[in-house]
Design a protein around this ligand. Structure first.
Ligand SMILES: Cc1ncc(COP(=O)(O)O)c(C=O)c1O
Length: 451
């Protein structure tokens, strides 16, 4: 049984900054003002009835790059990603960042983040090798995937990685054999409630199992260094972190009683993107400030229950990159057809979809912009990708999208806030549609890049 946590004691850890905190929204607005520009209000298409809203980030550079693109491409704004990283560090100065590479395994993005001081959450030896190519020290890379073969573990160890996520006795035994003496952190399962993607079944163990796993790690000569959680991707509630911290506190307390004193807590990914829409096309408005407050307070609480000082880590993926990547695509066709139920439906087919850039269209809608048709008449259409696959579409029961009536085959479409899970989740050419090439702007100079 995991005991109930006691009344949280006050942490003796000093706050690094004594400046009064302003809410992030306010700071973001002030920053834009200082830079002499404002986030433009773009005519982006969302829910058929939703009024256009200001974009949540300054996308001046991204918009300029979209405007000058003449072919389909994914564009990453390295300076935007850098600003996002800085904003996260400002919110959580005591937390080390290990960027979840899976969200954007693009060399230029990784180089840029490494240059800013980020480490990496890698999920395979291949990702570890890519992370090392940025020049970061192996200590800044952890193997965050609880699923790994003996060979994967041995390769990671050979490359210098000494921090491994785990959630089972079998995995601990394999790490002890193939990465002797390494540090392990045990991932505790969360419900995933409140997230667009819950990640709740495949990974993480119960608090009781976490005690067994870390106990076995110690017996096997590993260092039971910590705990981790992931509250689910594109988490929309601050309460998810409250619940995760409750679990972490309970496990930490019991571990301490058993003479295991972790030194690290990894608070995972899950921090949301701000510029995406829900499945009905309405803006998703996650309470980011509240999330940061809950995380800061949670850290104090966890420090208070642990006998040794705790280091904190985060593995953000989408929060760092989603809003700073966009796709320039084009219209394949706008059609109007009678459906079997007798209703007439308009369909907008784009040159990219679920299999080459818009993988997340199962749970969200992206903001679309039709730069050559800013006004005029609109129709409400279902948006779909180019393949001959019915999965490659927003569900028809989801909200329709306002599409210019006069849109024609070949017209450009800008797809915003799709910088996370866009390049990596593209198939190699399903139905012959290749992954989109990408370009990076900003950083140490604009760079054309590969596919
Ligand atoms: C272990 C781990 N860490 C971090 C992430 C990144 O999550 P997000 O993009 O929601 O921040 C993921 C995503 O699947 C993950 O599996």
């Amino acid at each position: 049984m995991i005991p109930q946590t006691t009344e949280p004691r006050r942490s003796t850890e000093p706050r690094r900054s004594t400046e009064p905190r302003r809410p992030a929204e306010e700071r973001r607005r002030a920053d834009h003002g200082r830079a002499g520009h404002r986030a433009p209000t773009a005519q982006v298409a969302g829910h058929a009835d939703a009024a256009p809203r200001p974009e949540p980030h300054d996308r001046t550079a991204l918009r300029a790059a979209l405007a000058s693109a003449t072919e389909d491409t994914v564009i990453y704004d390295l300076d935007g990603i850098g600003r996002q990283y800085a904003a996260l560090r400002a919110e959580l100065p005591d937390v080390a960042v290990r960027f979840a590479m899976k969200a954007c395994p693009v060399d230029e993005v990784l180089d840029h983040l490494a240059g800013l001081g980020s480490g990496f959450d890698a999920a395979s030896p291949q990702e570890i090798a890519q992370a090392l190519r940025t020049g970061v020290a192996p200590e800044l890379i952890h193997y965050g995937n609880t699923v790994k073969s003996d060979r994967n573990i041995a390769e990671a160890y050979r490359m210098g990685v000494r921090d491994f996520a785990t959630d089972s006795l079998e995995d601990v035994a394999a790490i002890a054999e193939h990465a002797p003496g390494s540090r392990v952190f045990c991932r505790i399962a969360t419900t995933g409630e409140g997230a667009l993607w819950g990640l709740s079944h495949k990974f993480g163990c119960s608090p009781e199992d976490a005690l067994r796993v870390l106990g076995a790690a110690r017996t096997a000569g590993l260092v039971p260094s910590g705990l981790s959680v992931h509250v689910g991707s594109q988490q929309m509630t601050a309460e998810a972190w409250t619940a995760a911290i409750d679990s972490l506190a309970a496990v930490l307390e019991t571990l301490n009683w058993r003479g295991i004193t972790p030194t690290r807590v990894n608070l995972g990914g899950g921090l949301p993107a701000l510029g995406v829409l829900d499945r009905s096309g309405r803006p998703l408005e996650p309470p980011l400030d509240k999330m940061f407050t809950v995380i800061r307070e949670g850290m104090e609480r966890l420090r208070a229950v642990n006998a040794a000082p705790l280091e904190f880590l985060l593995e953000p993926g989408r929060h760092l990159v989603a809003d700073h990547g966009a796709i320039r695509a084009h219209v394949a066709r706008l059609t109007s057809r009678h459906q079997l139920d007798g209703t007439r439906a308009d369909w907008l087919y784009l040159s990219c979809g679920k299999f080459n850039g818009l993988y997340e269209m199962d749970q969200l809608q992206y903001r679309l912009e039709f730069p050559t048709h800013p006004g005029g008449q609109f129709v409400n259409a279902v948006v779909a990708g180019p393949t001959c696959d019915s999965d490659d579409a927003y569900a028809q029961e989801d909200g329709p999208v306002r599409v210019p009536h006069a849109i024609a085959s070949g017209d450009p479409v800008w797809i915003h806030s799709c910088g996370a899970y866009a390049t990596a989740y593209a198939t190699r050419g399903f139905n012959g549609f290749p992954p989109l090439p990408y370009t990076c702007i900003g950083g140490s100079g604009d760079r054309g890049a590969g596919a």
